[in-house]
Each structure stands twice: as structure tokens, then as C-alpha cells.
Design a protein around this ligand. Structure first.
Ligand code: GLY
Ligand code: MN
Ligand code: MN
Length: 361
């Protein structure tokens, strides 16, 4: 079982808060998952109070047994019969203390009621300290992201067998998700994107009733969630190519250009490099090759952090991100070229930053 001690140590080294309180609403705060390992279950209105070396979880009677069984040993699990009992349990625990909260999640009404009930000395937003700990992946996070990545790649290795004239984007998306489940996914990490033909020029196209035709693009952007961790991978295929056609030649050139841009970006992903640099390298390449015909067609950032959330906390690999890439960060590397009315190519892989540089998972 994981230990949360190193996570607590990293978080508390960046804040002078004496306690950190994470409270779920009907939604689960992803930092709650990070510090409890409770990736399944709703844990609605549950509260985690983190100390420097241990934590207390106040949860419902309903989910007490699961929490007790699944939580790391540093967490003392307490059952509360009702929401008012939960709030009452805060009283002795926060009084006179400097309490940190996740300002990127906790709603204002709950913030006020915790302050009123708990009477802390002060309450401050510690979301930056939380993010700077979580953006560096530890054991078993890297392994879990790796498994999630293997699952989606296995589904990609089989999905071409499902390509057939007339299948709709919606049908193929559902077949892709079934394959991911078959290979071990708990669920898709986001709604699978499938685009046929010209629809691939829209990066976040919603799969519809468009039917697959020969000599056209099939773009699939998908991810698996495995024990709470996400993968996010995109592949672009050319279905039943007509090798002699001008359209095929154009599609292939776009594909090869994006593939090369992805490799160029990967080479500059290493500790110490500013996060915007890999994006700029890929962008410069796409803008200048083939006499600049793809200039301005790479229309989004190169990548994002990946972890518990598919767009995880931590920096993006895109313009304006001046922070340095660090060892054990995980990013997507996903350049693309999009031509309205014709189609688009995106190739996305997940990258682990090692001491010696970025490695595709
Ligand atoms: N699947 C959305 C993205 O690639 O960021
Ligand atoms: Mn994606
Ligand atoms: Mn992505």
C-alpha cells in the first residue's frame, strides 16, 4: 500500500499551514484522491484533515469500511452519521490553527461554514503548495500511468480491425471504449474522440453519425483510467488509402510532418528546460517545412500534465509557461496540423521526464 508520508512532507515544506483541510462536495477533490488513494467511491462531503505526518478522514458511516480497508496506514478514519456531525467534528480539530484549503476547489459557502464552525486562527489557500507536490509523480503513480498507457495502446493496436466502410464515429468510439475495458481500463479517462475525414480538422470534435469512407482520415483521441490514473493518446490513420490520389499524398505529408514535430519536441523535453520550449520547437518546424504551407495550422499547445486528472495540475508545454521541466513530471506530447474542410492529423503520446530526458511511455 502507498504511503502518504512523502506527499505530506513535500506539501508541508511549501507552506506554513499547520493543517490542510480538503472537503469534497458532490464532486471529489482530486487532491482528496491524491492524499487518500480513494480513487473509487463517492466520499461525498467527506473531509480529510492533513497534519505534517498523519491525517484524519471524516467520512460517512456508509463508506467507513471501504475507507478503513483502502486508506494508507497514516490515516485515522472516523465515521460521522450526518453532515452536521461531520462539521461538529471539526470544532476541536481546527480551533486556533493555521488551516490551509484548496482554493481551486472548495466552494465559498463551505469555506465560510468551515471557518465559522472550526474557528481556525486563519484559513489560507495552499493550492500552490499542493500543486507543486503533485506535479512530481512518485511511486506508484508512474507505474499506474504506465499501465493506463499500455491499455490504450493495446486498444489502438486492435482497433484497425474494426474499421469498415459505413461505420459511424459514435459506433467506433463505443467499440474503442469496449476494447479498453477488455484490456483492463476501469473507465475511459475522458469521452473518446473519433473523427472521420474533414471532421479531424476540429481538435475536440464530438463523435457523430458521420460514416467512414475510403481514402480518409480516422483520428482517435482516447485514454484509459486505471486505479485512478489516466492516459491520453491520439493516433491518426488513413483508411483504405488510394495510393495514387493527390489526397493521399497530402494526408501522408501531413502525417509525416506531425510525426517529425512530435520527435523534435520530445528531444527538448528534459529537466531544466523551460516548459514552453518543446512547444516552440515543434511549432517552428511545422511553420517552416514544405515551404511554410502548414504555417499557422498547429493551433493548440503541445502538451499538458497528466496524472489523476487527464489535464493534471502542473505546467503545460505551451507558450508562456516559463517554469522548468522537472524529473518525474508526466506530459502529453501532441502536435497537430488542422486544415478546415480537408482534415487534421494529431499524434499524441505520454512522456515521462527522466534524469536524462523525456521517454515515451
Ligand atoms: N484528449 C484531450 C487532449 O488531448 O488534451
Ligand atoms: Mn488526447
Ligand atoms: Mn492530451
Amino acid at each position: 500500500m502507498m504511503s502518504i508520508a512523502p506527499r505530506l512532507e513535500r506539501i508541508f515544506s511549501n507552506t506554513d499551514a499547520e493543517r490542510i483541510l480538503l472537503m469534497n462536495t458532490t464532486q471529489k477533490d482530486s487532491y482528496f484522491t491524491y492524499l487518500t488513494g480513494l480513487y473509487a467511491g463517492s466520499f461525498e462531503s467527506s473531509i480529510l484533515i492533513a497534519h505534517r505526518k498523519k491525517a484524519e478522514l471524516i467520512t460517512t458511516v456508509l463508506e467507513y469500511d471501504v475507507a478503513k480497508r483502502m486508506c494508507p496506514k497514516e490515516i485515522d478514519v472516523i465515521a460521522a452519521e450526518s453532515r452536521s456531525k461531520t462539521m461538529e467534528l471539526l470544532k476541536g480539530r481546527l480551533m486556533g490553527k493555521a488551516v490551509g484549503i484548496n482554493g481551486t476547489f472548495l466552494p465559498v459557502n463551505l469555506y465560510r461554514s468551515i471557518r465559522k464552525t472550526g474557528k481556525p486562527k486563519r484559513m489560507t489557500d495552499v493550492s500552490k503548495a499542493l500543486a507543486s507536490a503533485r506535479q512530481i509523480k512518485d511511486w506508484p503513480e508512474v507505474e499506474l500511468i504506465g499501465i493506463a498507457n499500455n491499455i490504450v495502446k493495446k486498444a489502438f493496436s486492435k482497433i484497425t480491425g474494426n474499421f469498415r466502410v459505413g461505420i459511424t464515429e459514435k459506433e467506433l468510439a463505443s467499440e474503442f471504449e469496449s476494447l479498453m475495458k477488455k484490456y483492463g481500463a476501469d473507465e475511459p479517462s475522458f469521452e473518446t474522440i473519433v473523427c472521420f475525414g474533414a471532421n479531424s480538422a476540429v481538435p475536440h470534435h464530438v463523435p457523430g453519425r458521420t460514416k467512414l469512407e475510403p481514402n480518409s482520415f480516422v483520428l482517435i483521441d482516447a485514454g484509459a483510467r486505471y486505479l485512478g490514473y489516466c492516459s491520453d493518446v491520439t493516433r491518426t490513420f488513413i483508411f483504405k488509402p488510394d495510393m495514387k490520389s493527390d489526397k493521399y499524398r497530402r494526408m501522408l505529408e501531413m502525417y509525416n510532418t506531425v510525426k517529425e514535430a512530435q520527435e523534435i519536441a520530445l528531444k527538448s523535453i528534459r529537466p531544466g528546460v523551460r516548459c514552453e520550449v518543446p512547444h516552440n520547437k515543434a511549432m517552428e518546424y511545422i511553420n517552416k517545412v514544405h515551404n511554410g504551407i502548414y504555417k499557422g495550422r498547429f493551433i493548440h499547445g503541445l502538451g499538458h500534465s497528466l496524472g489523476i486528472d487527464v489535464h493534471d495540475v502542473g505546467p503545460n508545454l505551451s507558450p508562456g509557461y516559463k517554469e522548468k521541466i522537472q524529473e518525474n513530471m508526466v506530459f502529453s506530447d501532441e502536435p497537430g496540423i488542422y486544415i478546415e474542410g480537408f482534415g487534421g492529423v494529431r499524434i499524441e503520446d505520454d512522456v515521462l521526464v527522466t534524469k536524462s530526458g523525456g521517454k515515451f511511455l
